[in-house]
Design a protein around this ligand. Structure first.
Ligand SMILES: C[S@@+](CC[C@H](N)C(=O)[O-])C[C@H]1O[C@@H](n2cnc3c(N)ncnc32)[C@H](O)[C@@H]1O
Length: 230
């Protein structure tokens, strides 16, 4: 009788230990496998179609090589900026947070084709000066209006319609930038915000607005891509 009770107990202990180990193995296995099952984006470098494109791409590469950049978008995001700006045939692009000009140069690859213009805003005088030099070196300074100073104030001088706005300045400012830019963006235009993981309030604000449709691009630093509906 005593040994039957003991056997029952050890059987139960065996099965609960087995279930625990199996559960743990499943969780660890899924954790290891999940990234392997996710399709990886194929990578290929951008290919220039014209001399002006070559000049812009070379300038971006030189800036990266020389370290004359600050918190700039990685190439994956820059290429996405270019694709989106060209896809909406952007004639008017506004960028908040120029830094030393790298994202602006990616946008200029599109503006070169669309015949559009970039208004870009940077608080820091040193970075703005470097950006100016870089735009000249890339041969796109004629496309760019660089405004040094506080964008919260200077953005109020922008006239719409804006085809594409790109927000990439201080994270606590994103909601104010959204509120100022949204009325200026044309129906069918885009508002892009960089580093989506760092701006939960911004993500909540675009997600709950029925005038907007937002999708998320998670390569590089991550972009919220928001369409102002027609
Ligand atoms: C993440 S960096 C921008 C990177 C740039 N878009 C690129 O990819 O090359 C953010 C920039 O926003 C600028 N910034 C911060 N607050 C600002 C403000 N109130 N007005 C304008 N620029 C601001 C910073 O000085 C900094 O250069």
């Amino acid at each position: 009788m005593f040994s039957t009770v003991n056997q029952g107990l050890s059987k139960r202990r065996f099965w609960s230990t087995f279930a625990g180990i199996a559960g743990l193995a499943l969780v660890v296995g899924l954790g290891v496998l999940a990234p392997l099952l996710r399709p990886e984006a194929p990578h290929h470098p951008p290919l220039a179609k014209s001399d002006s494109e070559t000049q812009i791409l070379n300038t971006i590469a030189e800036i990266v090589r020389s370290g004359e950049s600050y918190a700039s978008v990685p190439a994956a995001d820059g290429r996405m900026l270019r694709v989106l700006a060209e896809a909406v045939n952007a004639k008017s692009v506004v960028e908040v947070g120029t830094s030393t000009g790298i994202s602006g140069l990616w946008l200029c690859l599109a503006l070169n084709r669309t015949g559009g213009k970039l208004d870009t805003f940077e608080l820091d005088p040193g970075r703005a000066a470097l950006a100016h030099t870089h735009f000249q070196r890339a041969g796109v300074d004629r496309l760019v209006n660089l405004v040094q100073g506080d964008a919260h104030r200077n953005l109020r001088n922008v006239k719409g319609p804006v085809d594409l706005a790109f927000i990439d300045a201080e994270k606590q400012g994103y909601i104010d930038y959204l509120n100022v830019l949204l009325p200026l963006v044309r129906p069918g235009g885009l508002i892009l915000a960089h580093n989506i993981n760092m701006v939960p309030d911004y993500v909540a604000a675009v997600a709950r607005n029925p005038e907007l449709e937002t999708v998320y691009y998670t390569q590089g630093g991550g972009l919220a891509v928001t369409l102002k509906k027609r």
